[in-house]
Design a binder for this molecule. Structure first.
Ligand code: FO1
Length: 318
């Protein structure tokens, strides 16, 4: 008996992802969907220049996670890392608040080198992914710089200043996204062909919104795919890691999965939330799937990806 092909077998899938949580679901999807049918569009609002290097944290987190070389404790940076350069940078009085390991530095050096030669970020990312033997397309949301700024009670902070230097403690009044950023041609083409779009369990405000803010991503997602499904970043009223829950409070939202679904509004056809939150999910504005959304290991990533793809494909073929 041949293995029954899943209904999404011939679907083109686009995943919108930001940091660690998004990378884990993207990894699960990449283990199930044929590489030529999968595109991962990644937030670059966290990118910044540091020590003369162009740092792209979310692109690197997705790339390292799919390559199986991400640091398992932090989720960002490399596994089996060493810190000789950063230690010496500190001895020489350089900035060491943003921790760059020796292996990770190689990525930033090569990326910066290729960008200085005039290559676009999309091509540089493709080059790096080839070196890491990653087959699905990992695309920056844009080839333009699109810095996310964080408006707090006292100041407007750059993203990494707020997130790392100040450990995301200053309360957020507003997330400021740039006005005039355009999607790359590769992102537009992927969305034109998309049957399913998955919003990964990333921070809605600083990982997913920056991607939707790039013209014309939101408009294309409203029009084209047969189903759009978001996965909750909130489990049991908490964020798995990072500032999502704290930001929801500061932005005046209830810290619930339902509030995330309502936030995405009519952009999505379906919402995947955690069974731990089932008791709080009353009337959901879209189709809902309750499951264990906590990805502790690779089998979890694959299981969740399978359930999300099945759910999205059912919505697309109803
Ligand atoms: N996050 C931290 O909290 N502290 C760090 O020192 C740090 C270094 C770092 C280096 C490379 C990289 O790709 C990510 C790094 N991150 C660090 C995480 C990063 O700030 C976040 O991953 C994203 O910007 C938000 O998802």
């Amino acid at each position: 008996m041949t293995q029954e092909k899943p209904i999404w077998h011939n679907f083109n899938v686009v995943v919108l992802a930001g940091g660690v949580g998004g990378a884990k679901l993207a990894d699960g999807v990449a283990r199930l969907v044929a590489p030529e049918r999968l595109t991962i569009v990644v937030n670059t609002g966290d990118d910044f220049e540091h020590l003369g290097l162009k740092i792209c944290p979310d692109l690197d987190t997705v790339m390292y996670t799919l390559a199986g070389v991400a640091n398992p404790e932090t989720g960002w940076g490399r596994a089996q890392e060493s810190w000789r350069v950063m230690t010496e940078v500190a001895h020489l009085g350089g900035p060491d608040w943003f921790r760059l390991g020796d292996l990770d530095l190689a990525t930033h050096l090569v990326r910066t080198h290729l960008l200085r030669q005039g290559e676009r970020l999309t091509a540089v990312t493709r080059h790096l992914c080839q070196k890491f033997n990653i087959s699905p397309a990992i695309l920056p949301m844009s080839d333009q710089s699109a810095p996310t700024m964080i408006e707090t009670d006292d100041a407007v902070l750059s993203f990494q200043d707020w997130f790392v230097a100040q450990r995301w403690q200053p309360s957020v009044r507003r997330v400021r996204l740039p006005e005039d950023v355009r999607a790359s041609g590769a992102v537009a083409r992927a969305l034109e062909l998309a049957d399913l779009v998955l919003l990964a369990p990333s921070n809605p405000f600083v990982s997913i919104d920056p991607i939707l803010n790039v013209y014309p991503v939101r408009e294309m997602i409203m029009d084209i795919p047969r189903a759009v499904v978001a996965v909750t970043p909130i489990i049991g009223g908490q964020a798995v890691k990072g500032p999502a829950a704290k930001m929801m409070q500061e932005l005046g939202m209830p810290v619930t999965a339902t509030a995330v679904a309502a936030y995405y509004g009519d952009l999505i056809d379906g919402f995947v939330y955690d069974t731990r939150d089932e008791h709080t999910v009353t009337e959901l504005p879209v189709a809902g799937l309750a499951t264990d959304t906590w990805m502790k290991d690779v089998p979890d990533r694959i299981r969740l990806a399978q359930e999300v793809l099945d759910f999205a494909a059912r919505l697309a073929t109803e």
